[in-house]
Design a protein around this ligand. Structure first.
Ligand code: ATP
Ligand code: ZN
Ligand code: MG
Length: 302
């Protein structure tokens, strides 16, 4: 009997992604990257006149800012930190012997001042805070970052290292909530143009442990997070390809970002999962972009 080929295996067979032996860590083909950059240009054509600036972050962020984010309180299971060898000759000898013996050589590694970025907008907040009070209109930033989350999976849409493109609004409650409503609509418009089936639903983050259950239901009750879902790896469990988040003034308080009137800033962000959107396009339109529906080709290739 034929075993159905998983979507992940199809992606490997078609050489869209390349297997590395580690779930969730893949090399990308030039074609995959082209689809992502086309999508980014498409996304940036929305809200062009609203952006106050653009930034691209490296995949790591300063450890003190990572600590301030509260990520270890809420999602310790997903976080990654960068460790490095900081010893002398003798330690080096010990390390090499350990490796040669197939033993755990990593226990002598020391934490550096870099954590892997878990969410693309985190590195932005301390940068804004350092500048002093926000201007009257607040800030409206377009950004992109690689992110790390320790959630290895055979679902190609759940990677350990992936990119998020985000728009982040920082200002008053009114500005940030209006921003999020606008983007919920734009997100659906974008998916219509890309001819991808989708639905927007209220959602929650995977808060850790028993206390996390209460956090998650509070987040849902207050409708702080919405996701735009598209079937990618499965039709019964569609995948979040975009999220629309309102953080109230939590990050404003944590990093001391102040509005022009001196009160803590509110923040909201819309995140596009770039790999997930590319995968959704391959899933629904096939592995050959030359054969994608004309409307979709027009949107992405002009
Ligand atoms: P999920 O519910 O599927 O775990 P999420 O709620 O964790 O998604 P967010 O934290 O809102 O997602 O991240 C913003 C966007 O980043 C998501 O909408 C998604 O498109 C993308 N994303 C999140 N986790 C991953 C992952 N492991 N691999 C690839 N893309 C991801
Ligand atoms: Zn964000
Ligand atoms: Mg998640």
């Amino acid at each position: 009997m034929d075993v159905p080929v998983s979507f992940l295996d199809q992606l490997f067979n078609e050489r869209v992604l390349h297997d590395t032996g580690v779930d969730g860590l893949y090399a990308r083909s030039a074609l995959f990257e082209d689809v992502i950059s086309r999508f980014e240009a498409f996304a940036l054509s929305f809200g062009k006149d609203e952006i106050s600036e653009s930034m691209v972050f490296p995949p790591g962020m300063p450890m003190p800012d990572f600590e301030t984010s509260g990520y270890m309180k809420n999602f310790p299971q997903l976080a990654g930190t960068v460790h490095a060898f900081c010893g002398h000759d003798r330690d080096h000898m010990g390390l090499l012997q350990c490796m040669a013996a197939g033993e755990d050589w990593t226990k002598g590694q020391k934490a550096t001042d870099v954590a892997l970025t878990p969410a693309a907008c985190y590195p932005l907040y301390p940068i804004l805070a350092r500048r002093g009070m926000l201007p009257e209109g607040g800030a409206y930033v377009a950004l992109q970052s690689y992110c790390f989350r320790h959630e290895p999976s055979k679902d190609p849409a759940r990677m350990q290292m992936f990119r998020q493109r985000e728009y982040v609004r920082v200002g008053s409650a009114k500005q940030t909530m209006a921003f999020r409503e606008t983007w919920k609509q734009r997100g659906s418009e974008m998916m219509e143009l890309l001819q991808l089936p989708h639905e927007v639903e209220v959602a929650n983050d995977p808060f850790f442990g028993r206390a996390g259950k209460i956090m998650a239901s509070g987040q849902r009750e207050q409708e702080l997070k919405f996701e735009l879902l598209v079937p990618v790896n499965s039709t019964s469990k569609p995948t979040a390809c975009m999220s629309f988040n309102y953080h109230m003034d939590n990050f404003g308080q944590a990093w001391n970002i102040l509005q022009a009137d001196g009160s803590p800033a509110h923040t909201a962000c819309v995140g596009f999962g770039l790999e997930r959107i590319a995968l959704a396009l391959f899933r629904h339109h096939g592995f050959d972009p030359d054969a994608w529906p004309e409307g979709v080709r027009k949107v992405l290739w002009g």
